[in-house]
Each structure stands twice: as C-alpha cells, then as structure tokens.
Design a protein around this ligand. Structure first.
Ligand code: AMP
Ligand code: MN
Ligand code: MN
Ligand code: MN
Length: 275
C-alpha cells in the first residue's frame, strides 16, 4: 500500500485544489492520502467528495504551526475529526496570528519598495490563508528572487527585513487538540529544523511525554541518511514512523505524490494507530 500522509492544497500554500490533489494522487498510485494543509482543515470536505468518487482512502489531517522553546516546528495532526471543537478553535486562533503576521510582512516588504505586497499576496492566496510561500511566489513574479527558498532566504527568514516572529501554538495544546479530535500527532520533516542531536532528542522526549505518537521518517525533504537517522530515533523512543511527500503542486518538480522510498522495515508505521 502506498501511503502519502503530507500534502498541501489551495486551502493553504499548495497550487492544486483539494479535488485536483486527490485525482493526482490516484494517478500516481497513492492508496491512502492525508491532506495536511497548514493550520486549516478547509480543504477536507472537497477532498472527501473527490476521494469517494475516485476510490481513494482519504485521512483528514492538518500541519500545525507550533513554537517550542523559540523554534518553529511543524506537527501533523493525522486522522482527525476536522469538526472537533477544540481543534477547530485552536486552528482559528493560529489563523488570526497568521493573518496579522501576513499584513505585517506585507508592510515590511512595502518598506523595501515592493509596492502592493500584501494585496498581491491576498490575491495569490485567493483570499485564503497566507503563508511565506505566497510572498515567495510574489517575489519571483517581480523578478526579485528565483525560487521560494531564495525569496525566504533574502527577505523572510529570521534576521531578514520582512521576517515577523510570532508565537504559534504550544506543543502541549497542539497534542491535546489532536488527541481530543481522535487523531495522532506526528513531527513533520524533523531533519529540516537543523537541530543538534541533543536538541532533537529533547524535543522528541517532550513530544512523547505530552502524548505525541510519531515522527515523519520518510519526507520529500529528507535524504537517505536523514531517513535512517529518523528511523533510529523512532525505534529508540518507541514511536511510530510516517511517510509523506509534503507535495505543494507541480511547480516543484523534485517532489511528487507517493514517489518516496518505503518506510524502513524496523519502523512501526503510524497507520497502525488507526487500523
Ligand atoms: P509559513 O508557515 O508562512 O512560515 O510558511 C512556511 C512555508 O514556506 C513552508 O511550508 C514551505 O511551503 C515554504 N518554505 C519554507 N522554506 C522553504 C524553502 N527553503 N524552499 C521552498 N519552500 C519553503
Ligand atoms: Mn508549505
Ligand atoms: Mn512544514
Ligand atoms: Mn508541509
């Protein structure tokens, strides 16, 4: 079975609609897909209808922005009831922070001479949630960067002119909302945080103690060494491993739905938690 438990639609910073994402997943041989937009479950209803029509097993998910000891961490809530009240309220609060941050990033870009930045980001996000990805696309369009990563490096990360630091959800709240919604919490792309081994161990210990269940071992942004490292951590801490592409749309030709290596054999798969 081909599991892809991490992807983004136009409900957050992806470029395919939830229905188009489901259709593409079926074409690419995915059997089980989790739609995990940033801080919103707004795409789930549409994805469910498409999944039913196409015979795909869809799991509702969301990639939640978390602040842990000053680090921004992304944690997936997988197999949740998207209508669960605590989760819905928690996400609504994060989106308020996001909206404020998006306006502030726009103001700062405008101070850098990038006129109408906020209005254009709103239009690139089709009135939905704004992520740095949308500002990245705007900066590429204006010829000021040649990739989203490049745009973030130049303008939008810590120490750069349009970086806006915010306090996202706490790890404890995030795990509690997820558990109350019947789901499991999984740390997304753990190698991306560039933490020392000690820092990562402290994060994993905190996470497990608070009720977190898994680590994304196979990710579109992990190399083979990182896959091995994360599988070892999963085994040592008695956690589960997850597999997800972090697909955002066809513009990024390096990442495709369902086309990652298999979860290593010594890693108990996170989907055991819902079977
Ligand atoms: P935000 O949650 O608003 O801070 O935006 C984070 C999003 O920006 C991530 O989910 C990615 O989609 C995108 N992003 C961050 N860093 C990079 C990068 N180096 N290359 C491409 N996209 C990136
Ligand atoms: Mn993203
Ligand atoms: Mn992420
Ligand atoms: Mn993601």
């Amino acid at each position: 079975m081909n599991y892809d438990l991490h992807c983004h639609s136009t409900a957050s910073d992806g470029t395919l609609s939830p229905a188009a994402m489901v259709e593409r997943a079926v074409e690419r041989g995915v059997d089980v897909l989790a739609l995990t937009d940033h801080d919103t479950t707004a795409g789930i209803a549409e994805a469910r209808i498409a999944a039913e029509a196409n015979g795909l097993e869809l799991r509702a998910g969301v990639e939640i922005s978390v602040t842990w000891h000053g680090h921004t961490i992304h944690v997936l809530a997988l197999n949740v009831d998207p209508d669960a009240a605590e989760l819905a309220q928690g996400l609504a609060k994060i989106r308020e922070t996001r909206d404020w941050r998006a306006e502030e990033m726009g103001r700062r870009l405008e101070n850098q001479g990038i006129e109408g930045a906020y209005a254009e980001a709103q239009s690139l996000a089709s009135g939905g949630l704004i992520a740095r990805t949308h500002y990245g696309r705007l900066l590429i369009k204006r010829g000021l960067a040649d990739s989203i990563g490049g745009a973030i490096k130049k303008y939008l990360r810590r120490g750069k002119p349009a970086f806006v630091g915010v306090e996202w959800a706490s790890l404890e709240d995030m795990i509690n909302w997820t558990t109350a919604a019947g789901g499991v919490a999984v740390i997304a792309h753990p190698a991306r945080y560039k933490m020392t081994a000690t820092k990562l161990r402290l994060l994993v210990e905190d996470f497990k103690q608070l009720g977190g269940k898994g680590l994304e071992v196979v990710s579109g942004s992990h190399n083979p060494t990182e896959v091995r490292m994360m599988a070892d951590i999963v085994r040592r801490h008695g956690l589960y491993g997850s597999r997800g592409s972090d697909y955002h749309g066809p513009e990024n030709r390096w990442i495709e739905l369902g086309r990652m290596v298999a979860l290593p054999d010594d890693c108990p798969p996170i989907w055991q938690c819902w079977h």
